[in-house]
Design a protein around this ligand. Sequence first.
Ligand SMILES: C[S@@+](CC[C@H](N)C(=O)[O-])C[C@H]1O[C@@H](n2cnc3c(N)ncnc32)[C@H](O)[C@@H]1O
Length: 471
Amino acid sequence: MSTNADIVRFSYSAFRHGDIDAAFNAFAPDIEWTSPTGMSDFGLGGTVRGHDDVRTFLARANSTFSEVHVEPHEFVESDDRIAVFGEHRLRGTRGGRSCTVPFAHSWRLDDGKATHFQDLHDVSEVRRILRHDDEPPNSPEGIIQLGLGFWRSKAVLAAVRLGVFTALAGRPLELAELRAGTGVHERGARDFFDSLVALGLLHRDGSVYRNAPAAEEFLDSGKPHQYVGGVLEEAESQWYPAWAHLVEALTDGVPQWVVTGEQENAFDEIYLEPDQLRRFERAMIGGLVPVMRTLPERFPWQQHRTVADIGCCGGALLASVLVRHPHLTATGFDLPALAPLFADTAARHGLEDRMRFTAGSFLTDPLPAADVHVFGHVLHNWDLDTKRMLLRKSFEALPPGGTAVIYETLIDDERRHHVFGLMMSLHMHVLSPGGYDYTGADCQEWLGGAGFRTSRVEHLTGHEFVVIGVK
Ligand SMILES: C[S@@+](CC[C@H](N)C(=O)[O-])C[C@H]1O[C@@H](n2cnc3c(N)ncnc32)[C@H](O)[C@@H]1O
């Protein structure tokens, strides 16, 4: 029989592996969960009761922090009480600042279930990293800097387009060599490359430049599976020109993308040219890198056998999940043009037997049957009726207990904090006729309307969240 300490140890381990349901199995239905009151103004202080409210609390914590590592070091048992000593490592979602804070956790158990949990830690350091996140501009300089934010953006997009980070991959270069490798004219070269140093993407020793670690890892086009630059290439060539017409998009309500509009679906339009199709896939992979690094670990895939990715593009997300979970088989569902790209992805990973492509349109065809449906960066492309229709179709195709997993850069429920989610929604207004981004609560409401029994929102990483609906 498990001791109380085993049960508590198990719940830490389940949380660490993203198996939230297993962790909750160790909690009494009316568990009392108490956090330092000093965090109340962030919605993270005081006592909540019962599984649903604890889940809501954890979802709020996950949207406040992009990283939460809870490291228990010592377990001390006394009758029905367990004290756990360890440390939290936390990173604020909006400013990226991190801190490590010691904690004492007090647990009380009754009949093998946790009935009380209390978290005790010094909140001052935690408040410091949150307070500095994305502070509103409170000076003339701050306002000017915010308004001229496109200077930084365009410098980075130009660097990707000119191949600066790929030229420097694995080899520092003298200024003259770097200019030669990227075609940058002498006149602006020093200011351009030194701007990239100031922005933290390059390092310079004397006149020798090299990539900063993140640029080396994610902006070298020679590393296609982790190349975030694909999304920046798309931004440089397609999105930046479209955003130049944001005012028109806002006043006319009409998308400003440079597609010809001859096809009914903008995606069909993009896929007319094989080069555009590959470019679009590179952009999607760029945006997917953070999700591919987290979703395979953060969802209880071991509880399911089949998964269908609805709007799977070239299948990169499925490959990342299947490589990590050998018991799973998968269907990728997307427009017919994506079939060859999907086949390439499956072959590259040796997954031809486990991932198959189904060509179709989710606007007109039923969705493939599977235990799990993934909708990744898909719902935000569409208007409300289509969003709801896709979730209804998903409900019809899933078995009882089947699960819809929707990852998206959500807007916070109060619609006042998640800058990235709100910018993404403006992006949809600029690019698509009906698309817009949404809050976790919106999505939960649509899931409920489609018939899903329960739903929850969890933070995935950075700006990415996942909404999970269970039939
Ligand atoms: C924004 S991309 C997202 C791709 C991928 N899920 C991701 O997370 O990067 C939207 C995807 O939906 C697909 N799509 C668009 N219209 C579709 C339709 N009518 N039927 C099926 N898939 C469609 C596109 O081809 C594209 O792969």
